[in-house]
Ligand binder design. Structure first.
Ligand SMILES: C[S@@+](CC[C@H](N)C(=O)[O-])C[C@H]1O[C@@H](n2cnc3c(N)ncnc32)[C@H](O)[C@@H]1O
Length: 280
């Protein structure tokens, strides 16, 4: 008796969470059959061929072992763009869209071609969402990781904003040419305390440690970025950083210590202060 490898049967038999199973199956349908996600319903009697079935089984078992969906399908939606994602970069998080919003608000307020810096760009998420949304912005993106920069550059090309974004490798501001200043500095640096047990759980186990933690108490990269911001900002320029849900007071204190003015805290959709900004 032949086995039933139809979409309907495979999806109902899997031990995966149903929403995640559908994302993985939609990826298979697109890759092997050039079919849209809607085929999950409209063609649920389709039997997977051997190659597609083998890939489905492989993705299913990797996901059951905890590998993040974005690494398995090689992409993640962020703000208004889709990014190519691979192990070696942080998977962009929805909460980081708040930092993009704060940056875009400032770009709109300036009403002139603004110079934007994204420190620790990873996949390019912040820099490329801004470049895509604000074609007049002149964007610089840095990262210490060569691997991350290669992925960010590939994303810039794919999104057709490569002419608008310059990439530099190095630790925070040392990546920049001396004397370069910006209207807006944005950063989502590693801010998880090295002792935080979450680092050993869920998707985080598969992401680069250097993108998640500063290997100290979580505040050292934020401190470095904030304390030197004034040297790299134009007059009245804005710096905005993402931080952990319990780091708002500490980050505001760092901004005060750095002599920034008009310090503001910004709430994410879950009601947590996750972004702080200040001006030169
Ligand atoms: C939390 S991830 C953010 C990635 C991306 N901006 C995002 O929001 O999805 C932090 C990034 O900072 C980079 N990074 C860590 N230490 C750095 C350093 N000393 N200088 C520059 N970048 C660094 C990591 O490689 C990583 O890409």
């Amino acid at each position: 008796m032949s086995k039933d490898f139809s979409l309907r049967t495979l999806l109902s038999a899997t031990a995966l969470n149903p929403a995640e199973a559908k994302i993985l199956m939609a990826y298979i349908l697109e890759k092997y059959y050039k079919l849209p996600r809607s085929a999950l319903l409209s063609q649920d009697e389709l039997e997977l061929n051997e190659q597609a079935l083998n890939e489905w089984k492989s993705l299913e078992s990797k996901r059951l072992l905890g590998e993040p969906i974005a690494y398995l399908i090689g992409k993640r939606g962020f703000y208004n763009i889709e990014l190519y994602i691979a192990p070696g970069v942080l998977i962009p998080r929805p909460e980081t869209e708040l930092l993009v919003e704060v940056g875009l608000q400032e770009i709109n307020r300036l009403n002139a071609p603004a110079k934007i810096l994204d420190l620790g760009t990873g996949s390019g998420a912040i820099a490329l969402a801004i470049a895509h949304e604000a074609p007049q912005a002149i964007v610089t993106a840095t990262d210490q990781s060569h691997e991350a920069l290669e992925i960010a550059k590939a994303n810039a090309k794919q999104l057709k904003v490569a002419d608008q974004v310059q990439f530099f490798q190095g630790s925070w501001y040392t990546a920049l040419q001396a004397g370069t200043t910006f209207d807006v500095i944005l950063s989502n640096p590693p801010y998880i305390d090295s002792q935080d047990p979450h680092l050993k759980q869920g998707d985080l186990r598969f992401e680069p440690l250097s993108a998640l933690t500063d290997h100290q108490n979580g505040l050292s990269c934020l401190e470095m970025i904030i304390s030197e911001a004034k040297q790299h900002l134009n007059p009245n320029g804005l710096i905005a950083v993402e931080h952990g849900f319990d780091q708002s007071d500490a980050v505001v204190a760092l901004m005060k210590l750095a002599g920034l003015s008009n310090i503001q805290t910004h709430l994410d959709l879950a009601g947590h202060y996750r972004v702080a900004s200040g001006r030169k």
